[in-house]
Design a protein around this ligand. Sequence first.
Ligand SMILES: [Zn+2]
Ligand SMILES: [Zn+2]
Length: 130
Amino acid sequence: MNCPACSYPLVVLEIHDVEVDHCTSCGGVWLDGGELEVLLENATNSHELMASLAEDVEGKEERIRCPICSKKLDKVLYGVERRVLLDICPRNDGLWFDRGELRYVMEMGHFPTDNRVYELISDIFGKSPP
Ligand SMILES: [Zn+2]
Ligand SMILES: [Zn+2]
């Protein structure tokens, strides 16, 4: 599978039974449908976060294509207090996170500070955007 943003081959990482496809070139991350829910399982406000997904009505960013079905990804806003723009497949194949966005999303989940999934995400995907 190739990166939807820069076409570089994606590397598969396994984090606690969740397969994450990572682009080592642009730093983006692809999660198959449903895997975000699994990663957020231990988050204090995961239901609130999943329910927060909303269509991006402005649509200023260029749309990229799904690495699985090649359809254009929809732009969605995610997050209750702070918002981030994610790319989601209209067939629910998965979600694309630009560099730092996955960590940002994990931060919004308010994990316990000793949560190992959150630590791994922080280590692998680095700092959140400014
Ligand atoms: Zn890339
Ligand atoms: Zn798709």
